[in-house]
Design a protein around this ligand. Structure first.
Ligand code: KE4
Length: 428
């Protein structure tokens, strides 16, 4: 693989964009090397500026569940763009996508659209604090809910990659209201609630953690959080920015059968355009401006282009009864192939998977929380990443991320990926 054009573009970008990127994880800092600049994508494939082609397992960090440039989404965007891109006024399309989301997702009556997952989670926490009249929240070490101040406390994803979980700029005043718990440790959560009786507005969690690699909830963990919240008058916020419309039509709530009080969305719901959302039952959502006292707003929230893309995406998912089973089978096939490759080469590894979210950890121990996720052999991961990249397979450039599969992947693509891995592991 030649990366000459990417190298040139990166050098130019670094002069005018911090780190040459508009989101840190894209800078390849965790794996080293020059970030690849992409030119186009279609279906399961990316093409970079040097003409290299990749089988894509990032899919824009989750949104492209149907594959890149999915024609109904592209057509919807093009058609809508001709009619104007943003009015700053309500449009009928916002109601249609809201009605569809409410139909697809359990336990929600209303939804508010914003422009990113960060905005969705930030707004959900403000709403929970306003509704409960409590200040403190519990988040889990290694979970990432976007870059709002309250969340940059032992955050996952890029924040961990850069070893700065507690980012400068987050004040002590803010940090004091965020209490950290250990993922998959119900006793730890119960102890925190007992030490802060009547003070915890919400517990926010990724129901399947995707920002310290993919970490499934242990049996009864989510159910346990639900009952602890009920006992303490605390709201349970599911951050489904990754899992929403990916693990099931109704996301993790449907998959695990656990009711959240507020659900946050991003990624898939926007079809690749900037959309986030948060949703709940009427009792809570009616606390939001303009009908309630909790303020939240956005110039481009619900803009026609993003709504057109998101609506086309949700309609396609809603109409496709087999998509989640196909994604389950394809990802299970990939997992099985990788397990064989790693086992045949006597590697120490763990693979975690839920549906079409999967991660590889070069550590024999189970990975069930932030501490165990941090034990992975990052040097092996780095070599694995670059070895696959050179063979045209594009996985997440950090061990603290999750791979996302799309429905456009064929079994030939999966076989090619497994074959590439079987060659790369010999270099580890
Ligand atoms: P955004 O603000 O990036 O749209 O969403 C923030 C967010 C919230 N909640 C969860 C569970 C998330 O995974 C994210 C964002 N995910 C990262 C990938 N780990 C986005 C990639 C990036 O930061 O560039």
């Amino acid at each position: 693989m030649l990366y000459q054009r990417s190298s040139q573009l990166f050098a130019e970008a670094e002069h005018v964009i911090p780190g040459g990127v508009n989101s840190p994880v894209r800078a390849f800092r965790a794996v080293g090397g020059v970030p690849v600049f992409m030119k186009s994508a279609k279906g399961a494939y990316l093409e970079d500026e040097d003409g290299n082609r990749y089988i894509d397992y990032i899919n824009s960090w989750g949104p492209m569940i149907l594959g890149h440039a999915y024609q109904p989404v592209v057509d919807a965007i093009v058609e809508k763009a001709r009619l104007g891109t943003s009015f700053g006024a309500p449009t009928g399309l916002e109601t249609k996508i809201a009605q569809l989301a409410v139909k697809m997702v359990p336990n929600i009556d209303k939804i508010r659209f914003v422009n990113s997952g960060t905005e969705a989670c930030m707004s959900a926490v403000r709403l929970a604090r306003g509704f409960t009249k409590r200040d403190k929240i519990i988040k889990f070490s290694g979970c990432y809910h976007g870059h709002s101040d309250s969340f940059l406390i032992a955050a996952g994803s890029g924040a961990v990659t850069f070893g700065t979980p507690n980012s400068p700029g987050v004040t002590a005043g803010t940090a004091k209201d965020t209490i950290l718990a250990r993922y998959n440790d119900l006793d730890n959560v119960a102890a925190i609630l007992n030490e802060n009786v009547g003070e915890i507005a919400a517990i926010i969690i990724e129901p399947v953690a995707g920002n310290m690699g993919c970490i499934p909830p242990k049996p009864d963990f989510l159910e346990g959080l639900r009952s602890l919240c009920d006992q303490n008058g605390t709201l349970l916020i599911f951050d489904e920015v990754m899992t929403g419309f990916r693990l099931a039509k109704g996301g993790a709530q449907e998959l695990f059968g656990v009711r959240a009080d507020i659900v946050c969305f991003g990624k898939v719901i926007g079809g690749g355009l900037p959309v986030g959302a948060f949703a709940s039952r009427n009792e809570i959502m009616n606390y939001l401006a303009p009908i309630g006292p909790v303020y939240q707003a956005g110039t481009l929230s619900g803009n026609p282009l993003a709504m057109a893309a998101g609506y086309a995406m949700l309609q396609a998912i809603d109409a496709d009864a087999g998509i989640f089973e196909r994604l389950e089978q394809k990802t299970a096939y990939l997992e099985s192939g990788l397990r064989k490759v790693f086992t045949d080469n006597d590697l120490e590894f763990t693979i975690n998977r839920v549906g079409s979210m999967i991660s590889v950890h070069f550590d024999a121990e189970p990975v069930s929380d932030f501490v165990s996720a941090a034990k992975g052999d990052n040097e092996s991961f780095r070599k694995f990443f670059h070895g696959l990249l050179a063979k045209g397979v594009y996985i997440a450039p950090s061990a603290y991320e999750t791979w996302f599969l799309c429905d456009a992947l064929t079994y030939d693509d999966l076989d090619a990926t497994i074959a590439a891995a079987s060659e790369v592991v010999k270099t580890l």
